[in-house]
Design a binder for this molecule. Structure first.
Ligand SMILES: Cc1cc2nc3c(=O)[nH]c(=O)nc-3n(C[C@H](O)[C@H](O)[C@H](O)COP(=O)(O)OP(=O)(O)OC[C@H]3O[C@@H](n4cnc5c(N)ncnc54)[C@H](O)[C@@H]3O)c2cc1C
Length: 387
């Protein structure tokens, strides 16, 4: 069957209470720790915040208890992460591990891998980097050239990964490597490995981004030997595994809320009786956000039922990241302010000029990280049967 479906999920009982709990937790945390609110999930890294969140049971929420999880539903998890993002909490440290590395290990990892790692992630104490992109391989992941070769005791890894967010402050990377011939489909012969980023032969060097921040890195692997039990899932099954991981990466509220703090600021600046042009802009953005949220929630509902809605996730990310840019652009046109880069405002809240400045520098990356919009559209076209 071709097409897509966004069935509205039935929210589990008690989510309003959960939402209120998260709001209170976040407000207390900000008052105590003084972090600067920014709804872009990649804006701020705080190990102490991640640990506190883990202690509340809000990381690994859906995982079985035996692995440190809490057996809550994907929709309850959605409510928690939506609240964290809307409040601009510093979620970056545990984000990738909670969103995709943990679920990947739960689905494909060995029992030993699950027992060793999932409880640490759920405690907010173990962080992951994604090792997909390479210098000559970004959109076309099937062309990765990092090789893993069997040795007597395990595997030897050689190659280079780029744009690896947070590899300099994460414990592990899950790396997609070539372990055999690509075959006619080009999707054979790929496998995923758990690599210790502190291990011998691993060299992590910074790549400073447009905003002057060190978030991503180049990771060079030279004769890195890892034990046999670091293979994740089946040898040669990497393509199927990585595709499933990407569905988790693309559909969450972080793909529609990166500029939510600017939208909230726009509403605040407009006041209770905004002039008609501003009221129209706010109304349009709010309606778009409402629809996108319904779509993103529908994907969470499908994930809850065990499906991996790749096409729907691609649609959410394509439309969501364009919406994020539209919010910044609307704010820039609507209000008489000059974006500035660097600090500005109070300890807890950047000035609107500083928030807009930071967003404008980060904006080009929103439609790239997690797969470009052109690639997402080709996934959607295939899903619709028109390609
Ligand atoms: C902030 C940020 C964080 C990132 N973090 C990570 C990370 O942690 N781990 C990781 O592995 N990667 C990460 N990436 C890399 C990201 O996944 C890649 O940048 C992305 O997949 C695109 O790959 P590329 O940069 O090699 O561009 P290319 O693949 O070279 O693409 C260049 C341009 O050509 C277009 N294009 C390419 N192929 C086609 C096609 N078949 N049809 C139409 N158009 C096409 C693309 O859409 C793009 O506009 C990150 C990127 C950013 C911006």
């Amino acid at each position: 069957m071709t097409g897509f479906d966004f069935p509205p999920p039935a929210m589990p009982p008690g989510v309003d209470g959960l939402r209120a709990e998260v709001r209170e937790f976040v407000a207390d945390s900000q008052a105590a720790e003084g972090w600067r609110a920014d709804s872009d999930f990649g804006s701020d890294w705080s190990a102490s915040f991640s640990r506190a969140l883990g202690a509340r049971g809000w990381i690994g929420m859906t995982w079985p208890r035996q692995y440190g999880g809490h057996e809550r539903s994907a929709l309850e998890r959605y409510v928690v992460i939506e609240e964290l993002l809307a409040a601009g909490a510093p979620v970056y440290a545990h984000w990738v591990a909670d969103r995709q590395s943990g679920p990947l290990l739960l689905r494909f990892g060995s029992e030993a891998q699950r027992r060793a790692i999932l409880p640490r992630i759920a405690a907010g104490a173990c962080y992951f980097a994604i090792g997909m992109s390479e210098p000559d391989s970004g959109s076309d992941l099937a062309s990765v050239r990092t090789r893993a070769v069997r040795t007597g005791e395990g595997w030897r890894i050689d190659g280079t990964k780029v744009w690896t967010s947070n590899a300099h402050r994460s414990h592990y990377m899950i790396a997609l490597c070539r372990t055999g011939p690509a075959g006619d489909s080009r999707h054979e012969g790929l496998s995923q490995f758990l690599i210790d980023l502190e291990g011998d032969g691993v060299r992590v060097s910074p790549i400073v981004n447009l905003a002057g921040k060190h978030d991503f890195n180049e990771c060079v692997f030279e004769d890195v030997t890892i034990p046999a039990d670091r293979l994740i899932g089946e040898e040669g099954d990497g393509w199927r595994q990585v595709t499933g991981e990407l569905a988790l990466e693309r559909s969450g509220p972080e793909r529609i809320l990166s500029t939510f703090h600017l939208l909230a600021a726009l509403v605040h600046a407009a006041g209770p009786e905004p002039e008609p042009r501003l009221a129209e802009a706010i109304g349009r953005l709010t309606a778009e956000l409402y629809a996108l949220r319904a779509m993103s929630l529908a994907v969470a509902g499908q994930l809850e039922r065990g499906a991996l809605p790749e096409v729907e996730a691609a649609i959410v990310k394509d439309m969501g990241t364009r919406f994020e840019a539209e919010v910044a652009e609307t704010l820039r046109r609507a209000l008489p302010l000059e974006p500035v880069s660097g600090d500005g405002g109070t300890a807890n809240a950047p000035s609107l000029e500083a928030a807009l400045g930071a967003t404008l520098l980060g904006l080009p990356s929103f439609t790239l990280r997690g797969g470009t919009n052109e690639i997402l559209r080709s996934i959607i076209a295939r899903g619709l049967g028109v390609r």
